[in-house]
Design a protein around this ligand. Sequence first.
Ligand SMILES: Cc1cc2nc3c(=O)[nH]c(=O)nc-3n(C[C@H](O)[C@H](O)[C@H](O)COP(=O)(O)OP(=O)(O)OC[C@H]3O[C@@H](n4cnc5c(N)ncnc54)[C@H](O)[C@@H]3O)c2cc1C
Length: 409
Amino acid sequence: MVNRMPPGPTDDAEAIVVGGGPAGSTLAALLAERGHRVLLLDKTAFPRHKACSDYVNPEGTRLLGALGLAGEIAALGAHAVAAMQVHAPAGAAFLADFHAAEAGRRAIGLTRRKLDALLLERAVAAGVEVRQHSHVRDVRVERGRVVGVAATVDGVREELRAPLVVGADGRASIVSRALGLDIENRLLRRTGLVAHYRGARGLDAWGEMHVHAHGYAGLAPLEEGLTNVAFVSDAAAVATKPGSLADYFEAGLAQMPAVAEKLAGAERVGPIRGVGPMAHRTRRAAGSGYLLVGDAAGFLDPFTGDGVADALRGALLAAPIASAALRAGDVSAAALVPYRAARRRAFWAKRQVAWLVQGFILSPVLMDYAAPRLASRPGVARTLAGVLGSFEPAQRALSPLFLARLLRP
Ligand SMILES: Cc1cc2nc3c(=O)[nH]c(=O)nc-3n(C[C@H](O)[C@H](O)[C@H](O)COP(=O)(O)OP(=O)(O)OC[C@H]3O[C@@H](n4cnc5c(N)ncnc54)[C@H](O)[C@@H]3O)c2cc1C
């Protein structure tokens, strides 16, 4: 039997979740399944687009299955992605083959419009009250404790209260900012631009990443013959571009002959969407009366394709801790410390790998050196595939032995 803490007389719910992306919908559903009264607010209306490469890495794909969504994901036409092919600036390429690293492992390509709507439907089915067109503008704090939010709901200003406020509101999280937790990343200031294409050639079993001196491109096969095309480059260059965004995007892709070849004759369908600068972190992911999950808790760069998987993982880490805190009637910073510790254990090593990968991306010579070695050293490539797919411990790619096997002449 679920021992549910009744909300106080002035509370609108036990938990207010700000944001209905993968992190927010999943955590809201998991809390509702544990018997809690959850209110989810999102400023948009679903289905909605999200600037993303629409790729869910193998661990994220497994987590979607563990959430009971494998059938629905297949019914939506998700494209199976068995590997990622990574191209270095001078042209050498290697395959990070998930299936070769562990039989049955695969990623998927599925538009976020479909994936996020599915996750939100799951939250509604679990009993979450979802209010769309609900834009959270501020966080209410009383005696050092977060007690609710101020939102514009369908154009009307409302004050909403709950013992726990979850910031699942993505990269530009108002919850993180209002609490003074957001820290810009000064080292990595990149903007990601994405668009959908129809008619790209030669992409089926795997997606591709192409690294160039001025950025990188990603190609991901999706449902219904669509391809997600991403171009990631310096945020300042995007902000000061002389012409249109489309001109900048297309010129960036044209610099990479292997990408241009894949897109020859393909047609862009829909607008170019962008986010930038993307990288940021937060001072802490939980405190008195609040916690942050998904991109709101920090994001580095999309190259390693971790975002959706980490959003799901973060929700799974938060749910039992938040539920226990609500049941005990204690959502103090101390009660939520285990969530911060769990996040460190789950994400720290992979974050170091992501930084290591950035080192290669930012140094074309190093990338050109490593790519042919990875192509001719299947054991090393398998370990890297497992780490990139988040189904092998990230520590394996940080070990001196692995790096020596990768970098020896
Ligand atoms: C260019 C680019 C490419 C990427 N490619 C990939 C990829 O291929 N694979 C991958 O795994 N990850 C990728 N990512 C990262 C991935 O998109 C994120 O990690 C993921 O979306 C995080 O999910 P989330 O639920 O935390 O936030 P989001 O998906 O951003 O959802 C946040 C939600 O909060 C709502 N919201 C925001 N502010 C408010 C507010 N004030 N009030 C109410 N609601 C609000 C928004 O409407 C939105 O629905 C990419 C990111 C970028 C920028």
